[in-house]
Design a protein around this ligand. Structure first.
Ligand SMILES: Cc1cc2nc3c(=O)[nH]c(=O)nc-3n(C[C@H](O)[C@H](O)[C@H](O)COP(=O)(O)OP(=O)(O)OC[C@H]3O[C@@H](n4cnc5c(N)ncnc54)[C@H](O)[C@@H]3O)c2cc1C
Length: 285
């Protein structure tokens, strides 16, 4: 329960943080600490140095930039969940954030830390994928913008290099669409055994466009393209049948709590529920 010894730095700018990363390639960035510190205490991680991002100004914000909404990497889950701006213009992320862990986790954990951690049962990835969000990073070579679909590369693995810092997440405004995040939460941790984010736009009785992001089923979150293809341009009555494709082509994880078959079953059920709620909301607009 006591972590291995480490050095601690608390830079006051991103430039200083990048220089520290450069000089110590084995150092780890520290944000809310709600994934990294438990891992260090269990000695699952033993970084020789921590670079605390917490004192760098202007990384905790939610802004309307005109084109999209921008969320600073250090924004805690609780701020995402309660943001009036996000709730009115892009409510999928607040709905996912509101379901994360407990009050303490939501107050300390950050959106940048959660995405960098890429836990296979984290909630944000499903919403980030359904929204086709962009992840903005900074490294010595400058700013980079990664589409969400290229960001998650495996279990606890992302396209981030070790010397790269997430600075911002950009999400589109979804006014005119219906969105929903539905999750089967693990009773102990609150993590998503399966979580499904849906975004639906309708025209009359048909589905004009649909996007579905799924977390928890496999090691890597994914877009349920089988369901999307079965629904685009189709009558809304096709939802139940299309949801059966939620885990098509996916190698499902199994553990002592939920077998691979059970997870596939949950994916179908929660995809249908997320789609039905998103549809109701789309029609209510
Ligand atoms: C009891 C408990 C329950 C939880 N339940 C849930 C849940 O239901 N759903 C859920 O999604 N999550 C859950 N979490 C995880 C929580 O959301 C974490 O806060 C989150 O995964 C990590 O965010 P953090 O800011 O704490 O990151 P940290 O723990 O500080 O860092 C995590 C990793 O990200 C890296 N990192 C941090 N910030 C950046 C950055 N800006 N750029 C690049 N790399 C960075 C760090 O180096 C580290 O490798 C839970 C955690 C706990 C302890």
């Amino acid at each position: 329960m006591i972590p291995a010894a480490f050095s601690y730095d608390s830079p006051r700018s991103l430039k200083e943080a990048l220089a520290l990363l450069e000089s110590n390639p084995e150092a780890k960035l520290l944000a809310g600490g709600h994934s990294l510190l438990p891992a260090m205490k269990l000695r699952l991680a033993a970084p020789p140095a921590l670079i605390d991002l917490g004192r760098i100004p202007d990384l905790d914000y939610i802004r309307d930039t005109g084109d999209h909404l921008a969320i600073g990497a250090l924004t805690p889950h609780a701020s995402v969940a309660s943001s009036e701006l996000l709730r009115s213009m892009s409510p999928l992320l607040p709905e996912a954030a509101d379901s994360i862990g407990d009050v303490q986790v939501r107050n300390r954990g950050t959106i940048g830390g959660s995405l960098a951690q890429a836990h296979p049962n984290a909630d944000y990835p499903a919403a980030i994928l359904a929204l086709d969000a962009e992840i903005v990073t900074l490294s010595r070579t400058g700013e980079h913008i990664m589409p969400a679909r290229e960001f998650f590369t495996g279990m606890f693995t992302t396209a981030l290099s070790e010397k790269e810092i997430i600075t911002e997440v950009r999400v589109p405004k979804t006014t005119g669409s219906g969105v929903s995040y539905r999750k089967f939460a693990h009773p102990a941790s609150g993590y998503a055994v399966v979580g499904v984010a849906a975004l639906v736009r309708t025209r009359g009785n048909s589905i004009e466009s649909v996007a579905i992001g799924i977390t928890g089923v496999s090691g890597t979150p994914y877009r349920a393209t089988g369901v999307e293809n079965a629904l685009n341009g189709k009558p809304v009555s096709a939802i139940a049948e299309a949801s059966r494709r939620a885990a098509d082509g996916i190698e499902a994880l199994g553990d002592t709590f939920a077998s691979a078959d059970y997870r596939r079953h949950l994916a179908t059920v929660f995809t249908r529920r997320a789609l039905e709620t998103a549809l109701e909301r789309a029609r209510g607009k």
